[in-house]
Ligand binder design. Structure first.
Ligand SMILES: [Fe+2]
Length: 326
């Protein structure tokens, strides 16, 4: 009898330090040539974290370019040289201004959103008192990924994967365009917050995310420490595990979220009609999705549209491995 019984098995591929299983019908779709998938193993570092809310809720903070000016606001600047492995703490490309200062002093970016072959490109513009334009380009990879800049050297590619309706894991791949990633340091930094084996955060709802009113008075806007993952965790978990979207009021800074939900509606409709789904790439189509460019830089008020692309291209050319996405 044991020779006749078979267990269901799914095709699994290891890429960028993560195991990917295809649990659908037929042949698995091709992987897109995202930077984190084509970078050498020495230049990528993967980590994950547990979040106690629906995955869509957790993702949407990643396509809201305005939230960093409030949720991640630091009231003082530290030496950007100490910012390795941390987000929103170093400097933009071609800039001497600490990122913390830009976010704090220019809290209302103009957000432009465009649909692309992979999802959405979001461009957040902060006019620095006519001295220059802070340009931050982030991406939504449909259906459940984001690619954002972390520092002049690194980007973060992140997926929000449901465990069930009320919990999810975020999986992050840090990709370096310059030196190999210091994986032991990155892992050590992240394990200060996350506990093994299930990658649950030590600061969470049960201990009010470490909230400290004295810190809120003179260190951070939120009063929940310096790790931005704690801030995001609080923001996405505190409305409850499945937020009631029928009562929300989307505003001007939610333009990315609005565009994203429209894409979802179209995809759900297509799935119902047996139509083609976005990002279900056939073999050979993987290389049509490259990059995408995720850049944080300061450009001139005129020509910033070209400058950020040029900065991205320079970084790719110097990397020795990153293909041009344009
Ligand atoms: Fe955030």
């Amino acid at each position: 009898m044991h020779e006749n019984i078979q267990h269901t098995a799914y095709p699994v591929v290891e890429k960028a330090g993560i195991l990917w299983a295809y649990m659908g019908e037929g042949e698995p779709p091709a992987f897109p040539d995202l930077d984190c998938f084509v970078a050498p193993d020495s230049h990528v570092f993967a980590f994950k974290g547990f979040i106690e809310c629906n995955w869509l809720q957790a993702l949407e903070v990643g396509i809201d370019p305005a939230h960093a000016s409030f949720l991640h606001r630091f009231l003082h600047d530290e030496d950007p040289e100490d910012s390795y492995g941390k987000q929103f703490r170093g400097k933009s490309i071609a800039s001497d201004i600490p990122m913390t200062k830009i976010l704090r002093e220019y809290p209302r970016p103009e957000i432009q959103v465009e649909e692309t072959a992979f999802g959405l490109r979001l461009t957040a513009l902060r006019n620095l008192d006519n001295q220059g334009m802070h340009v931050r380009v982030t991406n939504q990879i449909f259906p459940h990924g984001i690619v954002i800049p972390m520092s002049p050297e690194m980007t973060i590619t992140q997926w929000h994967v449901p465990v069930n309706d009320e919990t999810c894991y975020w999986y992050a791949v840090f990709t370096s365009f310059t030196d190999a990633v210091d994986k032991p340091l990155m892992r050590k930094q992240r394990l200060e917050l996350y506990e093994l084996p299930d990658y649950k955060p030590r600061l969470n709802k049960a201990n009010t995310y470490g909230f400290d009113p004295a810190e809120q008075e003179d260190e951070t806007y939120l009063g929940m420490g310096l790790d931005i993952n704690v801030h995001d965790q609080w923001a996405v978990e505190s409305p409850g595990p499945v937020y009631d979207r029928t009562t929300e009021h989307l505003g001007k800074s939610d333009v990315g979220i609005i565009a994203y939900r429209r894409m979802w509606r179209r995809a759900i409709e297509a799935a119902g009609n047996g139509g083609e789904l976005p990002m279900s790439l056939s073999n050979g189509e993987g290389a049509t999705i490259r990059g995408p460019a995720a850049v944080d830089t300061i450009a001139g008020l005129e020509g910033w549209e070209d400058t950020w692309k040029a900065r991205d291209r320079e970084r790719r050319e110097a990397s020795g491995w990153a293909p041009d996405p344009w």
